[in-house]
Design a protein around this ligand. Structure first.
Ligand code: NDP
Length: 249
């Protein structure tokens, strides 16, 4: 499905795969210029080429959300000008019992899912506030239903997502009055590469079994939700969206 996002300029993090790639496709098909951010340049270039072949406009920007984003921001501004739609989607999920003390994994998740999201938000807040003053700007954060549930072996991941959900609600009180809609999206199970980084065979097998029992959403379902939320009339803010497979309880 497509929406009316003509004249919008978007940045989508984690656009190299899964949910982020599908969000970028929907935004581009809906008329937005889209900057694609992630670390794997080849994936981003392939997606940008696909969007261009469909008649859309996309820019591949290889960047790590945990690092210095100065060059990435400059590249986006040079190509497309001011940004008015930011989707913080980049994330990692690493499952292990907390008692194993895998602080390497804890740091990676906190740095990417929370600090990376803040880093990107900081980089584009001035753009969003400027755009909000003359119309609607959108900041979309991809949290997770995990923000509200308890899962053994995912304590740190769920904590990062709870933080994103709470951060989004609070940020909205700051940015909403400035014309910036803040939308927090909490997906349930979605087909993607997310589980591929889990190095504990038991934890990976348990998740794979759950995915057998509950067929996950397609990432394009989330692309559709983001297209819908960001194309509402400017006075309408879908603040919090929980998006689950129908049979996931
Ligand atoms: P994927 O693993 O397919 O996508 C994650 C994306 O994040 C990749 O494109 C990856 O690209 C990018 N990324 C990871 N680390 C960084 C970094 N340091 N800097 C820049 N980009 C980075 O998984 P999903 O599409 O499923 O995940 C997208 C979001 O959705 C995540 O925030 C996840 O937590 C959330 N989510 C997913 C659910 C699911 O069931 N799949 C459920 C609920 C929420 P690259 O490696 O090239 O940098």
């Amino acid at each position: 499905m497509t929406y009316d996002l003509n004249n919008r300029t978007a940045v989508v993090t984690g656009a190299a795969s899964g949910i982020g790639a599908e969000i970028a496709l929907v935004l581009a098909r809906s008329g937005a210029k889209v900057a694609l951010l992630a670390r794997r340049a080849d994936r981003l270039t392939d997606l940008a080429d696909k969007i261009a072949a469909e008649g859309g406009r996309a820019l591949a920007v290889a960047a790590d959300v945990t690092g210095d984003l100065t060059e990435a921001v400059e590249a986006v501004h040079t190509a497309f000008g001011r940004v008015d739609l930011v989707v913080n989607n980049a994330g990692v999920m690493l499952g292990n019992p907390l008692s194993e003390g895998r602080d390497d994994e804890w740091h990676r998740m906190i740095d990417t899912n929370l600090k990376g999201l803040l880093n990107v938000t900081k980089a584009f807040t001035a753009d969003l506030v400027e755009a909000g003053a003359v119309g609607t700007a959108d900041l979309v954060n991809i949290s997770s239903i995990a923000a509200h549930l308890t899962f053994p072996n995912y304590a740190v991941y769920t904590a990062t997502k709870a933080a994103v959900t709470h951060l989004s609600a609070n940020l909205r009180t700051e940015l909403g009055p400035k014309g910036v809609r803040v939308t927090n999206i909490e997906p349930g199970l979605v087909h993607s590469e997310l589980a591929g980084h889990i190095d504990n065979p038991d934890v990976a097998a348990h998740l794979a079994q759950w995915r057998e029992e509950v067929p996950p959403l397609d990432p394009s379902d989330l692309g559709d939700v983001v297209g819908f939320a960001t194309s509402r009339p400017r006075n309408v803010n879908l603040r919090q969206l929980v998006v689950l497979p129908t049979v996931q309880v």
